[in-house]
Design a protein around this ligand. Sequence first.
Ligand code: 2AM
Ligand code: CA
Ligand code: CA
Ligand code: CA
Length: 266
Amino acid sequence: MVSHSGLITVMERAVRKAAPRLRRDFGEVQNLQVSRKGPADFVSMADKQAEETIVEELRKARPDWGMLLEEGGEIAGDPSKPRWIVDPLDGTSNFLHGIPHFAISIAVDDPIGGITHGMVYQPLTDEGFWAEKGRGAWVQGNRLRVSSRRDLADSLVATGIPFLGHGDFVQWSRIFGAVAPEVAGIRRFGSAALDLAWVAAGRYDAFWESGLKPWDVAAGWLLVKEAGGFVTDFRGTDRAVEKGEVLAANDQLHSRLHKLVANALR
Ligand code: 2AM
Ligand code: CA
Ligand code: CA
Ligand code: CA
């Protein structure tokens, strides 16, 4: 595996460069050009401009790397080198409704090591959650650790609900029906990247969602892993990022939730 020292600095520089514009646009949402990629799947100038700025910074630092971008699609690079996976604005619906809960997500996907670096950055709070494979997950100089709660009855669980034209409502309802009666509370805040970062930080005890894309999941997946948590798909396999299907928690809660989910989907 190539040496990745300094990559977190590169990612931090990219998100910091994109942040002021996002902060400004957030205050002027009514002036943004918004279009629709599908039913309820909105994209604005803010998404596109943030992505352009991020791509420019990342390309300056690693000119030969490929990229997987939510808005720009795939950009080929040297296949022996890692590629960047970028969601320039996760939580666009929140952003466009003036709800201050959205983030930038950037990950490094190495052809040998898989996801080796991840950053989930909240422009409004200047909070940058980052993780490096084998070196832990961090926010503002503090090491992240998933929660240590063991009982579902004490747990606050985040989820993502399918939205118009997107996702499996029946499957989600089955899982909700199995999980909701067992846990202390459920939240749906609308940014999968932040949901995972907050599981890594021990704010949520667990999180489940399906129908996601690699750019929603990759960085947060590493954050949870490096914070000592478990992230799998609903069957309990290690293919959460590829499948866009995520069940994340500490080991105890993960195994309890996995049983409930498996039952619900039988
Ligand atoms: P996006 O904001 O980058 O598009 C949460 O369910 C995930 O689904 C988010 O990561 C969000 O990513 C995406 N999403 C897209 N459209 C959505 C919508 N109308 N409602 C909720 N989430 C949406
Ligand atoms: Ca989107
Ligand atoms: Ca997203
Ligand atoms: Ca996005």
